[in-house]
Design a protein around this ligand. Sequence first.
Ligand code: AMP
Ligand code: MG
Length: 494
Amino acid sequence: MVTLNAAVTDQNPIGWRFDNTYSRLPEGLFAPAKPAKVEAPRVVILNHRLADELGLDLGGLSPEAAAALFAGQDLPSGSQPIAQAYAGHQYGGFTMLGDGRAILLGEHRTPSGDLVDIQLKGAGRTQYSRRGDGRAALGPMLREYIISEAMFALGIPTTRSLAVVTTGEAVFRESRLQGAILTRVAASHIRVGTFEYLSAKQDESNLRVLADYTIDRHYAELADSPNKYLEFFRAAMDRQAALIARWQLVGFIHGVMNTDNMAISGETIDYGPCAFMNVYRPETVFSSIDHGGRYAYGNQPAIAQWNLARFAETLLPLFAPEQEQAIAMATEVLGQFPARFEHYWLTGMRAKLGLLSAEAGDLELVQSLLNWMQKSGADFTNTFRDLSADESPTGDRYADADFLAWYAQWQLRLSRESRPSTAAHAAMRSVNPAVIPRNHRVEEALAAAERNDNLSVLHRLLATLATPYEAGADAAAYREPPLDDGSYQTFCGT
Ligand code: AMP
Ligand code: MG
């Protein structure tokens, strides 16, 4: 692989180190694309902390230059913009897709040597736009910015958000909205759907090229394994098990776990109708179009396994020459998903309850707390945070006999730990967030930004979400669950 070492020069004052490895893959996996000219780009928000991590210096950019850059009007030096082809199972049905409104500018090499995709979402039509306008609206792009940065601060693998700009043009959905572009930074945008795309075309040779590229980029340690494609599948399966466990442990509901929205890197990707659960209810769904609850909170592990089965199907020809043998190999690995998921989930739940050791009754202890939360309508996040305090939780809800019985059991369990309970509580506070992006707080920030051009609400929210495990004075107001959670709906934002 070629490593560019572009110097920071007058032509490249920001410090981009661009490469375009994806566009050197076989034709057909992408199409050249060009960000559309836009009327009057204007910066809404820049993520300076992320820019620093990426080795980018945005400080010297004028507001106009930053707007032109993140609206795709001035391309980073070395960029060869493309739209990526992919397919996907959407709500279970297969479709050929592709970046219809996202343009990959290329890959940037970070100071730590990682290669990251730099993508503009909402940058105009591409060869894959079908009937879409290629555009995005300000609300959904800011929503992705807020939630992805919150997930990052929670320590959960995710794509990042570097900038949001408005285009000065209107986009038309149910109503007239401000057009906007999000700059997304990702380990890559290779999805289960990218493999499905080649598989649907029965293009086995390019499938192997894509698998090798993906292994090289995300699973380099497997390059020399004897059955590297099967090991690749096993490792990707494991990363998904770990990722979905992290989601479950904070109450994150992705909302649209189609196979085109599952990244092989193991990052959370495509923040559309996602939202955080308040009251613990496994059937919680916020997405306005998810009528059957396919992507409900409690279904996420099973859906991940379903998506991984679709992924395995694409790789069958690489596993073994005989299909029957390949299927047996895939089935064996896929069958490990529930146990891998439970391993990550239970490890995480033990940490949420301050437990370092493992005992056979732990699963039951966790389940009985969850059952109580569900029965009593307790808030998932706040319950765990309340349990993390040195004082025992107070208030009417906790006076409940079932809770007190559970609490006594937990105290007994904690007494068998090797550390004092104050140490356990401190550890719990580092894994049980005080603040999550509460739906009403996100909406409030978006409404202020959209309607009044007032960004202070957004900035305050982002500042609180940046340190989710700290419960400082400013966090208190952000810990309140919404008054009416039941009727909240999210939209795909397309
Ligand atoms: P999503 O629901 O954001 O994961 O998008 C599903 C598919 O629809 C992807 O292939 C998108 O590129 C495409 N798409 C979504 N919105 C638009 C749009 N406004 N114009 C063109 N394509 C779109
Ligand atoms: Mg998508």
